[in-house]
Ligand binder design. Structure first.
Ligand SMILES: Nc1ncnc2c1ncn2[C@@H]1O[C@H](COP(=O)(O)OP(=O)(O)OP(=O)(O)O)[C@@H](O)[C@H]1O
Ligand SMILES: [Mg+2]
Length: 261
């Protein structure tokens, strides 16, 4: 019997513990006339090994929620935790280390460096941190992302969907506890969008990661295990095992309520 050179990464089953948790989380920007309550005492958990979508109107606080929970922005009140770590208890160095080791972030713009190859982009954050990537994990990520034949291409030689998959692979490379993706398919056509969404879902199902994704698209939200709805800085609703139809239905109900209230 011949053994595979790289043992398969075990399939993880979702557990009940939270990968990230917000408790009474509030975020206020500005003062006086320009004061905006972007988040108003939000409490929620992102279950480990789950794929959660966040939806809500423009300006409702979705990006702010992700930034506060990923330690990219400070909170005004309440708490944000990654695993068991309370972010406000960390000093700048500890926070930088936590962000580097435990959190991946994917933005709407791919933010790849044009002069580096796909593989160099994927491993750049680890190179900056002076850390050697776990080769078995990296192979698994690159295999899952479906870019094995494209690793030596530069971003300009890749389609939008491929570039965003490189960005997702980069977010996964350090094997973070949780990946936050803010409208990762916002700049993509529907086919490239499906590629990226499929990969995010595989990151959860096959690689055991936790993914939180902001989207405006009911079809994209349907890739998630759960959708939470945000309006005016508050959680308003959630759907488990969403379909594009059930998400669209819920959005129509909000619109109807908005018109009558
Ligand atoms: N740095 C900032 N300074 C001041 N106000 C801000 C800042 N960032 C966000 N806001 C305000 O906070 C509120 C929530 O913004 P946020 O970016 O979280 O919305 P969003 O739900 O992500 O919207 P979109 O769907 O358009 O991306 C908005 O009223 C916005 O104007
Ligand atoms: Mg936003």
């Amino acid at each position: 019997m011949s053994l595979p050179t790289t043992a398969p990464v075990p399939v993880h089953s979702p557990s009940d513990s939270a990968a990230a948790r917000a408790t009474g989380l509030s975020k206020v920007y500005g003062e006086g006339e320009t004061r905006v309550i972007a988040l108003d005492s939000v409490s929620l958990e992102f279950g480990r090994g789950r794929f959660t979508a966040i939806m809500g109107p423009s300006g409702s606080g979705k990006s702010t929620l992700m930034h506060c929970m990923a330690g990219l922005d400070s909170v005004s009140a309440g708490s944000a935790r990654i695993g068991d770590t309370e972010l406000s208890s960390l000093n700048d160095r500890q926070l930088t280390r936590l962000r580097r080791d435990s959190i991946g972030f994917v933005f709407q713009a791919f933010n790849l460096l044009p002069t580096l190859t796909a593989l160099e982009n994927i491993t750049l954050p680890m190179a900056i941190a002076g850390r050697r990537p776990d080769q078995r994990w990296l192979d698994t990520v690159v295999g899952t992302v479906g870019l094995s034949g494209r690793l030596n291409h530069r971003p300009a030689q890749l389609s939008g969907g491929q570039q965003q998959r490189v960005a997702v692979a980069r977010a996964l490379a350090s094997r973070p506890e949780i990946i936050f993706a803010d409208e990762p398919t916002g700049n993509l056509d529907s086919r490239s969008g499906s590629e990226v969404l499929g990969f995010l879902r595989d990151s959860v199902r096959e690689l055991g990661r936790t993914v939180v994704m902001v989207t405006h698209d009911p079809a994209a939200a349907a890739y998630a295990d759960r959708v939470v709805f945000v309006a005016d800085g508050r959680l308003t609703d959630e759907l488990i095992a969403p379909t594009a139809e059930s998400v669209l239905d819920r959005m129509r109900q909000f619109d109807a309520k908005g018109r009558t209230s």
